[in-house]
Design a protein around this ligand. Sequence first.
Ligand SMILES: NC(=O)c1ccc[n+]([C@@H]2O[C@H](COP(=O)([O-])OP(=O)(O)OC[C@H]3O[C@@H](n4cnc5c(N)ncnc54)[C@H](OP(=O)(O)O)[C@@H]3O)[C@@H](O)[C@H]2O)c1
Length: 229
Amino acid sequence: MESNETNEQSHNRTIALIGGTGKEGNALAFRFAKAGVRVLIGSRDAIKALNAATEMNARIDTSSVEGYSNRDAATKADIVLLSVPFDGMKPILEDLRDAVQGKIVINIASSLDPERKSRAKIPAAGSTTAEVQQFFGDSAKVVAAFQNISPEKLESVEEKIDCDVLVCGGDKASREIVIDLIRKIGIDAFDAGVLANAVAVEALTAVLIAVNLKYKIKGAGIRLVGVPR
Ligand SMILES: NC(=O)c1ccc[n+]([C@@H]2O[C@H](COP(=O)([O-])OP(=O)(O)OC[C@H]3O[C@@H](n4cnc5c(N)ncnc54)[C@H](OP(=O)(O)O)[C@@H]3O)[C@@H](O)[C@H]2O)c1
């Protein structure tokens, strides 16, 4: 399912942040909106989304952030980022199924044991990203990204964040578009290969949470060595 889109077309996109009212989604909204990307905050409750958008606009002195129900945000966007806990995702996927067809979907959820998040737990399809791809079918181009970066890092006022993002998925062109978009918000992103690799990126989150707990820190991340920057 290769798409024909090119990197040049990755600019001026509209991104819907499903669950953009939460910790990670709101931090991503901040980062994307500050970089001039058009952001639509989605929520199960449209009023909650509207309030989150109003707060974000005040915070970064803009009027460009909009808030909608999850489905309306996904319908109006060309990239749909799922920022909801994986164990509550099923009804949200059902709600969004029609709206995401033909679009890039970014899954940021990890393969974690909901009872103890410092422990990896792999879902039946092989990763949460593969579960989302299976649910939406081949017309949606699902990629994994942002699993290994904390909201604390994303909220940094620094233009550049010292933490890498790995991007996996079945469609190479979609991976490139997402990498390009992530670089736009001051984060080095790297192509980490096909959908089958998403399990490694997702399970790595459990490792980082274990490190956070052990060393009483927030926001342990990863940084590749030996790569071009
Ligand atoms: N926090 C991190 O450090 C981090 C880092 C990397 C990736 N992630 C991933 O980012 C995603 C969101 O994490 P988060 O920490 O931002 O979560 P969160 O704040 O608990 O929830 C995010 C949003 O999802 C919706 N939501 C919450 N519980 C839900 C449920 N049971 N069913 C459906 N929707 C629900 C809510 O939005 P509405 O009520 O407005 O609908 C909420 O504001 C997760 O997949 C997580 O694995 C998190």
